[in-house]
Every structure is written in C-alpha cells, then in structure tokens.
Design a protein around this ligand. Structure first.
Ligand code: PLP
Length: 378
C-alpha cells in the first residue's frame, strides 16, 4: 500500500543529508565535547560549527544560542528561567489561548507560583488584536509569550509588532518558533525578541535536540543544574552529532526556502481546493491569509474527525486531529475551542501538514480516498 505522510507539523523524517551525515559520523565520532583530548576536540568542533551555522542563519550571535533537548525544554527554560530570577518586581505574564501545551502548562505553573497570568484574546480565525495587545502589555508585564506559527492552524502571528510593544514597555518577549523555524525566514537582528525556542525534528533534523536563543544581556536561571555546559545554563553532555544534524537541516531548509514554500503552498492549495470541492460544507479553520504555506485545518461538519483519520490511516494516509502531543486523546482541541468552534466542530476537524517532499500525485490519491470515505457518510 502506498504510504502518504501529511503530518509534518507533528514531526518530519530526517533530511537525506542529515541522515547521511549521522550515518557516517556516528561510526567515527563519539567524544564528550567537554573533554580536552582529541575525541573531545572532535566533538567540540561539531558543536562549535553547529552554533556558528545556527547563529548566522538566524541573525544571532553564537553566544546567544543554547542547545537542549527540544521545544518543550526550550520553552520551559525560557519562561521558568526568566520567572525564577525575579529580576524585577513585575508579576504579569501574558500569552495566547492557542499556544502549545508546553507554553500553556508552564504559564499555569508560574501562575501557581504567584505570577498573574493573562491571555490575549483571539478572534474566530485565531488572530490577535494588536489594539488589545497594546493595552495589555504594560509596565507591570514581566514576560510575553506568543508563538510565531500555530501548530494546528498554521496561523502566523504579528511577531514584529508584539516585540515592539514589549520593548516599549520593558517587558521580555519569548516566542515559540517551533513551527516557524525552517518554514519561514527568521532574522533576529531586525526583531525585538528576547528569547526564541525551536526544535530540530520539526524541520527534518533529529528528534531530541533543540535550541533556545537568549538575547545578549538577558539573564535566565537554568532548569538543569550540574556541569558547565551551555554557559552553565543547561547541564548535561551535549548530543553533538545530532545538534550538528539540526544545524545542517536548518541550513538545508533555508537554502531553498522560497522555492520550496511556493511548491508546498501550491500543493496545500490543491489539496484544500480539492477537499472543498468534494465537501462543499467543509470549512477552513484559522487565518486563510497569514498562515504557514504547508498547513490546512479543515472542519467536516457532521463527520467524526477520529473516524476520518482512522479511515485515512487504513488506506496509508497520515494526517492529524491537532497537536501531536494530543493525538490519541479524545479531547477537543483547545485551539479550536478558543476560536469559538463547538466541541463537536473541534472533533470534526482534521489537520493536513505537508512538506516539499509531498507530490501532486499524493494529493490526487488523497482526494480519491477522501471522496470514497466521504461517500460513506453521505
Ligand atoms: N511548540 C509547538 C508550537 C509545537 O508544535 C511543539 C511540538 O509539537 C512544541 C512546542 C514542542 O516541541 P518538542 O516536541 O520539540 O518538545
């Protein structure tokens, strides 16, 4: 059976060049990058080159990049790291209701520690209101966390404007860029951003490695105490080869980003249009204008999303009902509920997330399969 993968926002396969690199490098290099001998020097050179690459790809300084185990750790370190220092007497933390649980649950934890947690509202397409943001971000605000791109909808947030509002009020700004890195250009030099999280496995890099950008001059407390790795901000022996693999993957994605974005955008549009033709009552969830080129989230009224996904899976097609961490759970998506969809509508929604490696034939095959499945409901 042909297998089709439309769940790239959950995770991606390794970029062929990263796979090749790891295959060859793992036979040769095993050193601990903190050791002073030849094996350590070899490991250190991968770590240094990875930091150099990532910093230059994102417009950051090498000293501003901290490696860790992925998006969740990065986000926890950023939010809890800022809060733990209590560098000012500001108590307000602001975020959106459509963040990933890594942000939402960390913010709830901080609330339990005495911080005042507030949410920006989102409209029925998941968009933020900048007028409201201007009012909410004030001199009491310690930290604002807004995601660059939403994992379920693909929505892109006005990061530049939020950064400027934070800067004007002296609030720190963290951005969860886990779904944006490798998919849209990120230039930290032109942005008022203090902390930014991303994760290798979302852009064809290895799983279990990620990074946190911490702007020079911003102090955070570590989450993990121990050795002096990562400027004593993240103890533990680094997985140097996978970290280098993540840097290679980011470099590869950004090298061909503009042509790949066009390709994936037209595949996504072909799929979306095909679905809307097959099922005229289907609706697109999220912002149709400002969104990632690879993502579509569709509501199929009257159809159970999980059953639809199971039927697709039986025919070899992988899609998703929401964020990867929640797949398998029957809870309706908190993101769709925040947009004002009912629990029933949220449970009737399915996300397709593509990559440049998908093909027109795969989209056509998926439309054929969907047409068969949808007939069963008619
Ligand atoms: N933030 C967003 C927007 C995500 O989509 C994810 C993963 O799905 C995460 C954070 C967590 O990243 P990781 O799986 O690397 O911990």
């Amino acid at each position: 059976m042909e297998r089709i993968y439309f769940d790239h926002n959950a995770t991606t396969f390794l970029h062929p060049q990263v796979r090749l690199f790891l295959k060859e490098a793992e036979e040769k290099y095993f050193g601990n990058s903190s050791s002073i001998h030849w094996a350590g020097r070899e490991a250190r050179s991968f770590l240094n080159r990875a930091r150099e690459k990532i910093a230059s790809l994102l417009g950051a300084k090498e000293s501003e990049i901290l490696f860790n185990s992925g998006g969740s750790e990065s986000i926890n370190t950023a939010l809890r790291g800022v809060a733990a220092l209590r560098a000012s007497n500001r108590r307000k933390i602001l975020t959106t209701p459509i963040e990933h649980p890594a942000v939402l649950k960390t913010c709830e934890f901080l609330k339990s520690q005495g911080f005042a947690l507030e949410f920006f509202s989102v409209d029925s397409q998941g968009r933020l209101d900048l007028h409201e943001a201007r009012q909410k971000i004030d001199s009491e605000t310690l930290l604002v966390s807004v995601m660059w791109a939403n994992n379920e909808l693909g929505n892109l947030n006005p990061i530049e404007q939020i950064g400027a509002l934070c800067q004007a009020q002296g609030a720190l700004f963290h951005c969860d860029a886990v779904q944006a890195a490798g998919k849209v250009p990120i230039d930290l030099q032109g942005l008022s951003l203090d902390l930014l999280s991303f994760s290798g496995h979302k852009f064809h890099g290895p799983k279990g490695v990620g990074a946190l950008y911490v702007r020079e001059g911003i102090s955070i407390s570590p989450l993990l105490w121990g050795g002096a790795q990562e400027k004593s901000l993240r103890a533990g022996t680094q997985d140097t080869l996978r970290i280098y693999g993540m840097a290679l993957a980011l470099e590869e994605c950004l090298r061909t980003l503009s042509e790949d974005s066009q390709k994936v955008n037209s595949l996504r549009n072909q799929l979306e249009k095909g679905i809307l033709d097959l099922s005229p009552s289907a609706k697109i969830n999220g912002d149709r204008e400002r969104r990632l080129p690879n993502t579509t989230n569709l509501l199929f009224p009257g159809i159970d999303g999980e059953t639809l996904l199971m039927n697709l899976d039986l025919r070899g097609i992988a899609a998703s009902a929401g964020s990867a961490c929640e797949s398998g759970s029957i809870d309706p998506s908190h993101v769709l509920l925040a947009l004002g969809r009912s629990a029933q509508e949220a449970k009737s929604s399915v996300r397709f997330s593509l990559s440049k490696w998908n093909t027109t034939q795969e989209v056509e095959r998926t439309l054929e399969v969907l047409s068969e499945i949808l007939k069963e409901y008619a």
